[in-house]
Design a protein around this ligand. Structure first.
Ligand SMILES: *Cc1c(COP(=O)(O)O)cnc(C)c1O
Length: 362
C-alpha cells in the first residue's frame, strides 16, 4: 500500500489512525455483530458514538456551556442561507466582510433572505489578496450580526486577529480553519464549518450557536431550517449521516492524542512557515500573491512565471507522490492545503521537491 502526501483542499486528508480504526471496526462494531453503518441512528450503540463525537468536539474546540453544537447537512453553503433565515429578522440588516469567493456566496445568499450591507471588501481590485484590518471595518452598530470568513480557502488568506464589533454579535464561517487554533468565544454568536476540511469526512456541517440566539430565532421559516428544531432533538430530528459522525469521532480522538488544538496550532505554524520560506527564499521563482500579514496557515497559494511551468510542477509533483496541489479553478496557480491531518513530514517532502524543482528550472 502506498499512500501519497495529500494536499487536497476538501474533501481533504484524514488522520491515518482515524481511517485504520474505521477499517478495523467496519464489519463488527464493538462486538455488536453489525457495522456502525447498519445501526439505527436512535439505537444505544450509535448514540454512544454520537455523544462521544459531540463531547470531544466541545472539549477540543472549548465550546462554552451556553452554546449548542449541531451536526447538520447541506454543507457550509446551506448555512449561507440558514444563518440569515434564523438570525436576520424583518426590519434588520446584517453586515458582511467580503474577502473571497465563499464570503461573496454567503453575502449573495443572505441577500435572498433579507437586507445586507458590506462592512468591508478587499476584492474591489478583483484580487482579495488580504483580509481587512480592524480600522477598515465599516460597522453598523445596529446590525443583526457581523459575518466573516476566518480563513479564505481559495484566496489563501486568514484573519490573524479577532475583529472587534462592539455589541454586534459575530457569525464565523470557519470551514477551513476550525480546530486549528483556540477560538476566543467572547464575541461569537455562531460558528459554522463544513466537516470535510478540518473535522472529518463530507456530509456534515458543524454549527455552534449560542442558546439565546436559538431561542430568539425566527419562527416563520420551515421547521427543518430552524436551529431550535435540531437543538431540541440533539441533531437527530432526521436521519443523520451516522458514518460521518463516526469518522468525526475518530478524527477527534486523534486530535486528543496529538495533545489537542494547542499542539496542532504549533505544528500547523511550522508547516506553513516551511512552505512560505521556500517561496520567499526562491529569489522570485515562486511568488506568493497574498500580503504577508494575511497569509493563511491552512491554504498556501503561490504562482510560477508561466502556466506551462506550473503544469510541469504539478506533473512532477504527482510523480513524486505529492497530490492535490492545483490551485482553485477561479484563481489558478498552486495551492497546498495543509489542514490539521496533513503530517509535517508530508510538508517537508513538498518543500524538498519545491527546492529541487527550482534548482532544475531556474
Ligand atoms: C469549502 C468551503 C465552503 C463550502 O462548503 P460546502 O460544504 O461545500 O458547502 C464554505 N466556506 C468556506 C470557507 C469553505 O472553505
Amino acid at each position: 500500500m502506498t499512500r501519497v502526501a495529500n494536499f487536497n483542499p476538501g474533501p481533504a486528508a484524514l488522520p491515518l489512525s482515524a481511517l485504520e480504526l474505521a477499517r478495523d471496526e467496519l464489519l463488527d462494531f464493538e462486538g455488536s455483530g453489525m457495522s456502525i453503518l447498519e445501526h439505527s441512528h436512535r439505537g444505544a450503540v450509535y448514540m454512544k458514538v454520537h455523544d462521544e463525537a459531540m463531547a470531544l468536539f466541545r472539549e477540543h474546540a472549548r465550546v462554552p456551556a451556553d452554546f449548542e453544537i449541531l451536526f447538520l447537512q447541506g454543507g457550509a453553503s446551506q448555512q449561507f442561507a440558514v444563518v440569515p433565515m434564523n438570525l436576520l429578522h424583518p426590519g434588520q440588516s446584517a453586515d458582511y466582510a467580503l474577502t473571497g469567493v465563499w464570503a461573496e456566496k454567503a453575502f449573495a445568499e443572505a441577500k435572498n433572505v433579507g437586507t445586507v450591507r458590506k462592512a468591508a471588501d478587499t476584492g474591489t481590485d478583483g484580487k482579495y489578496t488580504r483580509v481587512p484590518t480592524q480600522e477598515e471595518l465599516n460597522l453598523d452598530p445596529k446590525a443583526a450580526y457581523f459575518h466573516y470568513t476566518t480563513n479564505n480557502t481559495v484566496m489563501g488568506t486568514q484573519y490573524h486577529y479577532a475583529p472587534d464589533t462592539g455589541n454586534v454579535v459575530q457569525v464565523l464561517d470557519m470551514s477551513s480553519d476550525v480546530l486549528s487554533y483556540p477560538l476566543n468565544w467572547s464575541k461569537v454568536g455562531l460558528v459554522y464549518a463544513g466537516a470535510q476540511k478540518n473535522i472529518g469526512p463530507t456530509g456534515i456541517t458543524v454549527v455552534i450557536v449560542r442558546k439565546d440566539l436559538i431561542a430568539s430565532g425566527r419562527k416563520d421559516i420551515p421547521v427543518i431550517f430552524r436551529y431550535a428544531t435540531h437543538a431540541k432533538e440533539q441533531s437527530l430530528y432526521n436521519t443523520i449521516p451516522t458514518f460521518g459522525v463516526y469518522l468525526i469521532r475518530n478524527t477527534l480522538r486523534w486530535i486528543a492524542a496529538q495533545g489537542g488544538v494547542m499542539a496542532l496550532k504549533k505544528t500547523n505554524g511550522e508547516k506553513a512557515r516551511l512552505i512560505y520560506a521556500a517561496i520567499d527564499e526562491s529569489a522570485g521563482f515562486y511568488r506568493g500573491p497574498v500580503e504577508v500579514a494575511s497569509r493563511s496557515e491552512m491554504n498556501v497559494v503561490w504562482n510560477l512565471h508561466t502556466p506551462e511551468l506550473e503544469a510541469a510542477f504539478l506533473k512532477d509533483a504527482e510523480a513524486r507522490g505529492l497530490a492535490g496541489l492545483k490551485g482553485h479553478r477561479i484563481v489558478g496557480g498552486l495551492r497546498a492545503s495543509i489542514y490539521n491531518a496533513v503530517p509535517l513530514a508530508d510538508v517537508q517532502k513538498l518543500v524538498t521537491f519545491m527546492n529541487e524543482f527550482r534548482e532544475t528550472h531556474s
